[in-house]
Design a protein around this ligand. Structure first.
Ligand code: 4NP
Length: 165
């Protein structure tokens, strides 16, 4: 009998779901596709706020991502209770995201699913979070992409080990 393949689900979360988390989603989807794991590693993103619901990512974020070959086509949506059942990893970009997620978690199992993106940064990183680029300039958007490209590679390695278990 053919064995059903194990699946892992990942939700990236930031404040507005229009800059950092949709970028993480786009970068991770491209890595997963290159690795041929798109049926096993399922990726989505969401925001703490609901005020950008239904909107495409920030135009500045999309422009910077497009220059690196990432298409950001997801639409903003808020985190909902169901996400804590549906996702195995819920990954916040900064301490505020983590605190907000912790306050939304429905039980201990949900709390254990919450991770910081910085857990997956390379050892030499000067950052301990993914800084919010919304009110800053072009450099901030480039920093976000640098950090996320680094972290997503490490996250894929980590999650691939889980798939093999
Ligand atoms: P994000 O950036 O959390 O990376 O999507 C922000 C987007 C919108 C706002 C703040 C941060 N805002 O205040 O509307």
């Amino acid at each position: 009998m053919k064995q059903k393949k194990k699946k892992i689900t990942i939700l990236f979360v930031c404040l507005g779901n229009i800059c950092r988390s949709p970028s993480a989603e786009g970068i991770m989807k491209q890595l997963v596709l290159k690795a041929g794991l798109q049926e096993q590693i399922i990726i989505d993103s969401a925001g703490i706020l609901d005020c950008h619901q239904g909107k495409l990512s920030d135009a500045r974020m999309r422009a910077h991502a497009t220059r690196r070959g990432y298409q950001l086509d997801s639409k903003s949506r808020p985190v909902v209770s169901k996400d804590f059942f549906e996702f195995d990893y819920i990954i916040g970009m900064d301490d505020r995201n983590i605190a907000d997620l912790q306050s939304k978690a429905i039980d201990l199992e949900s709390l254990a699913k919450i991770h910081r993106m910085a857990e997956y940064f390379g050892e030499a990183s000067l950052f301990d979070h993914v800084p919010d680029p919304y009110y800053g300039g072009a450099d901030g958007f480039e920093t976000v992409l640098d950090l996320l490209e680094d972290a997503c590679k490490c996250l894929l390695t980590h999650v691939s080990l889980d798939l093999d278990k």
